[in-house]
Design a protein around this ligand. Structure first.
Ligand code: PMM
Length: 280
């Protein structure tokens, strides 16, 4: 899943793809680099970001969805607003990605249920009002799995079909670096919920902390793509359904190599056989 943020303030690529033509072109470039799905968002979810109003979000998102749909791209819309989801689906989006898992807008679940669209339900503990981080956990893996389970139950109750639900640990949302790392180390616990798992680690703060130099300074977001690709390979190996990334090429390669290695486990080569290039 390649990211097209049509926002001036996303933490990792803010402002770069802000106008419609550039955003559509960027989405097509990501497809050319190997993305199967493009996630279009018009509102930054960065901690402390102020919300954009509905009219502005629609103005950012809908033309980009329409432009990419016209090129045959499979699109997910990254929104917490039912109206944006509904109009994006009408404009050609295939899937709704809601970082609030339907909590921010009570109309979201009915819209998704009526459309029969796949729905990404992310683990979310609310807006960070006044800088409050609702990120206190005794056992982050168990709590995130339990809260996601409850959220999925509410989504199913609201009429979304079970085979349409995708879950996401919500890395960095009310979570510190150690929480994110623990969740990635235990993806199996999220897979056990019985739904496809989306992992969105791309360029996030926890990678900055892992990669920090001796002075403790994290590298800027755009220098975290190799680390992102490493997470993509590990997530793919663990059985993730998709990874949401800003820089697609490295992740597409990482996922392809992972797949080849996984296939080699189930179909080992004939004894003595090797390719035309010989063993290296
Ligand atoms: N993170 C961001 C935006 N959308 N969607 C899902 N499903 N999961 C996430 O973790 C997620 C998301 C924030 O990252 P960005 O500002 O770099 O796009």
């Amino acid at each position: 899943m390649g990211v097209v943020n049509v926002t001036p303030d996303s933490f990792s690529d803010g402002g770069r793809w802000f106008d419609t033509t550039t955003a559509v072109k960027h989405g097509l470039d990501l497809v050319a680099q190997g993305a199967d799905l493009i996630d279009v968002g018009g509102e930054s979810t960065r901690p402390g970001a102020t919300r954009v109003d509905e009219a502005e979000e629609l103005k950012r998102v809908i033309p980009v969805v329409r432009g990419l749909a016209a090129e045959g791209v499979t699109i997910s819309v990254d929104t917490m607003r039912a109206s944006v989801a509904e109009q994006s689906l009408a404009a050609g989006a295939a899937l709704v990605n809601d970082v609030s898992g339907g909590l921010a807008d009570p109309a979201m679940i009915p819209v998704v249920a009526d459309a029969g669209a796949p729905f990404v339900v992310m683990h979310w503990r609310g807006f960070l009002e006044g800088g409050t981080i609702k990120g206190v956990y005794a056992d982050v893996v168990t709590e995130v799995a339990d809260e996601l389970h409850a959220r999925v139950a509410a989504v199913l109750e609201g009429g979304v079909a079970a085979d349409r639900v995708i879950v996401d640990p919500g890395l960095g949302f009310s979570k510190g670096a150690d929480h994110d790392l623990a969740l990635l180390a235990h993806l199996d616990r999220l897979l056990a919920l019985g739904h496809p798992v989306l992992v969105a680690a791309s360029r996030k703060r926890f990678l900055g902390r892992v990669l920090a130099g001796p002075d403790g300074a994290p590298p800027p977001a755009r220098e975290r793509d190799a680390a992102t690709a490493a997470v993509s390979a590990l997530a793919a190996r663990s059985g993730a359904w998709a990874v949401r990334v800003h820089e697609v090429r490295a992740t597409a390669d990482a996922v392809r190599v992972t797949r080849a290695i996984t296939q080699a486990r189930t179909a080992p080569p004939e004894p003595g056989a090797h390719g035309a290039e010989g063993a290296r």
